[in-house]
Design a protein around this ligand. Structure first.
Ligand code: 6PG
Length: 228
């Protein structure tokens, strides 16, 4: 695990996304409020060969203001000057279970029936140390026979059902990238990436690369409780 603290982690994240996009990678984007700046900074790259996926989605239509797809559309897709990437969005509007079934089918049909691997898995970290829509103590953390699952009870705002990739798919990513900023995340960062044991109480601590690599991009406030 490579922990990288800098004053502008969004730029570092954008550089990783741009390089992957230009290489034609399969990239899973994240939602939340943190990644918008990174998406805007990466929009100048050539995205025409990239394939875009999402780590999780809220069960709302794609034009809803809570939609993770909409965030990417406004901060990235609408700003790309050249040809657009191939889009594999999560159809959250189908509901958590049908949405997860559809997404799993798309992953298998596109990336292969057995253990599909994403090239870049971008993730945020919640203040409760959740990742994607895998919340502390929830049964979804133990799912190992599905690529995507529905979550009816989000553990944190916004309280709408979700569709999320499962832990094995996140951990199978060839490059797992966390982007986390702000003092409000310092405790979660310590619980996810500090010296403690991995725990279901801190889903971020359960995301570790199986045979790929992992980069954690932090600003100084988010890193303030880590011993580096
Ligand atoms: C979501 C996310 C979620 C997010 C974290 C951090 O759909 O909510 O994908 O896992 O990355 O909650 O979100 P913030 O950037 O808003 O703090």
């Amino acid at each position: 695990m490579n922990i990288n603290v800098s004053d502008n982690p969004a730029q570092e994240c954008a550089d990783i996304l741009a390089e992957a996009a230009e290489a034609g990678a399969h990239i899973a984007l994240t939602g939340g409020s943190t990644p918008g700046d990174a998406y805007k900074l990466a929009a100048g790259a050539d995205w025409s060969r990239a394939k875009l996926w999402w780590g999780d989605e809220r069960c709302v239509p794609p034009d809803d203001e809570l939609s993770n797809y909409r965030l990417a559309q406004e901060s990235l897709l609408d700003r790309i000057a050249g040809d657009p990437p191939e889009i594999h969005r999560i159809h959250g509007e189908r509901g958590p279970h049908a949405g997860a079934d559809d997404y799993e089918r798309d992953l298998r049909e596109t990336l292969g029936e057995r253990a599909p691997k994403l090239d870049v898995v971008l993730l945020g970290l919640g203040p409760d140390a959740h990742v994607a829509s895998l919340f502390p103590g929830h049964a979804t953390l133990d799912v190992s026979d599905r690529l995507a699952v529905g979550e009816e009870d989000a553990g944190l705002k916004p309280f709408v059902p979700r569709v999320t990739l499962t832990l094995p798919v996140l951990c199978d990513g060839r490059h797992i990238v966390f982007l986390v900023a702000g003092e409000g995340k310092a405790e979660a960062v310590e619980r996810a990436f500090g010296d403690g044991e991995p725990s279901h109480d801190a889903p971020g601590s359960l995301v570790r690369p199986r045979d790929g690599r992992m980069t954690v991009l932090l600003d100084p406030p988010a890193a303030s409780r880590l011993r580096l």
